[in-house]
Design a protein around this ligand. Structure first.
Ligand code: SF4
Ligand code: SF4
Length: 390
């Protein structure tokens, strides 16, 4: 059946509301929608939220701050896309939620905390959601002896450039060590925070800026260490009608390719018990599950253990979809549950491949004295001896 007619949609949404598979992991071992698990009220599940959007759009319900609060109480983790069995519909569930937010913004109902994102990103001194002065990255280019033109651009991303500089610096060192011919650009926010929160009015301008800076560098490939930037460049930019003219990689993909081609071998041991947290924007949104695990398993003497909920069924860190800025205490609560799950594995190190996950997991680790080392996989590789073959 082609989903075209309004009545088709109404029927689908009506059935969806009565279902509820998507609140769980695939094998039902636990709730896996952070929003429903917190509120235990149908409006905070996908079925309820989509029914709410339908009611608001058809005028059967009135727009109000409390209705909009339901729309924004979702980390866009994508568990519902993964675990909804209705395959004509499941791949754009999060798009529905984001479209509902877009409509809320249009009607003047954007929550105050979310507005900080666009105020800071559109500020011509900042261009980032953290309220920091924009770095044109020229000082870094000098420090790392990078020329203006190169085959690759390392797109650092706002979280690594302004909040997780250890990851940024580890990535820069690693790319140099691996003899990648790369440069940096005067990047502006990739716009992920705006897309996720429905504040899209300036998005085109930012996409055009980033794409033209990358093209001017002569690069044909872009690599980023941020799951959010990766998804935005690779999947969202084309929705705005933009042809990139370059390929987009996550750092994990670059490392995996070098390992596979036999160009690098990890030599030093890492004798730790380590578990991996799947970032939602790298995993469920982009389908990258095996690459980080293959890299971990290429490290000598590492003991890798999986958490109970992993890969497609991973529990979200709680930071995404504007939840970190909108509901900071709840964001940390979600991460705390992830850390408790990690504790069950016996791991002492939690690694991931996203600076935003690292931030939120670290905040919970500090707040609840959980005692983990939370470290990006790129930072681990940066500490190890890597043999490079010509
Ligand atoms: S995206 Fe995640 S938090 Fe949002 S409704 Fe779906 S499962 Fe719940
Ligand atoms: S999104 Fe899918 S799994 Fe979730 S309630 Fe609707 S139909 Fe069921």
């Amino acid at each position: 059946m082609a989903i075209q007619e309004e009545q088709d949609w109404r029927d689908i949404i009506h059935r969806c509301f009565r279902c509820g598979y998507c609140k769980f992991t695939y094998d039902f071992i636990d709730f896996n929608c952070p929003s429903y698990k917190k509120h235990r009220f149908e409006s905070y599940s996908t079925g309820g939220r989509i029914w709410l959007i339908y009611g608001l759009m058809t005028g059967e319900l009135h727009w109000s701050p409390s209705a909009v609060n339901v729309l924004y109480s979702c980390s866009t983790c994508g568990n519902c896309m993964e675990n909804c069995r209705f395959d004509k519909f499941n791949h754009f569930i999060v798009d529905f939620i984001e479209a509902g937010r877009l409509e809320a913004v249009k009607r003047g109902f954007c929550p105050e905390k979310q507005k900080f994102l666009i105020e800071r990103i559109s500020n011509t001194k900042m261009y980032n959601p953290y309220g920091e002065n924009n770095s044109d990255n020229e000082a870094l280019k000098k420090e790392y002896n990078l020329s203006d033109k190169a085959e690759w651009v390392y797109y650092i991303g706002c979280t690594s450039n302004y909040r997780q500089r250890e990851l940024r610096d580890a990535t820069l060192r690693l790319l140099k060590k691996l003899s990648i011919n790369f440069t940096l650009i005067d990047e502006h926010c990739c716009t992920s925070p705006l897309l996720r929160t429905g504040q899209i009015e300036i998005v085109n301008e930012f996409i055009t800026h980033n794409i033209s800076k990358i093209r001017n560098s002569g690069a044909i490939k872009v690599v980023t260490s941020c799951a959010g930037c990766y998804r935005t460049f690779k999947s969202d930019y084309k929705k705005f009608g933009e042809e990139l003219g370059f390929e987009v990689y996550h750092t994990g993909e670059l490392i995996k390719t070098l390992l596979e081609e036999g160009k690098i071998t990890i030599k030093s041991k890492y004798e730790r018990i380590i578990t991996y947290h799947d970032p939602c924007h790298l995993g469920r949104h982009m389908g990258t599950y095996e690459i980080p695990r293959e890299i971990i398993n290429a490290i000598p003497d590492v003991k890798f253990v999986e958490m109970k909920r992993n890969k497609e069924n991973a529990w979200c860190c709680g930071a995404g979809g504007g939840v970190k800025i909108g509901y900071p205490d709840w964001a940390i609560e979600i991460s705390k549950e992830r850390l408790e799950e990690a504790k069950e594995t016996g791991a002492t190190v939690i690694t991931s491949m996203c600076p935003f996950c690292k931030t939120n997991l670290s905040d919970a680790n500090d707040k609840f004295n959980m005692g983990f080392e939370i470290i990006d996989l790129i930072e681990i590789l940066d500490q190890l001896e890597i043999e490079i073959k010509d």
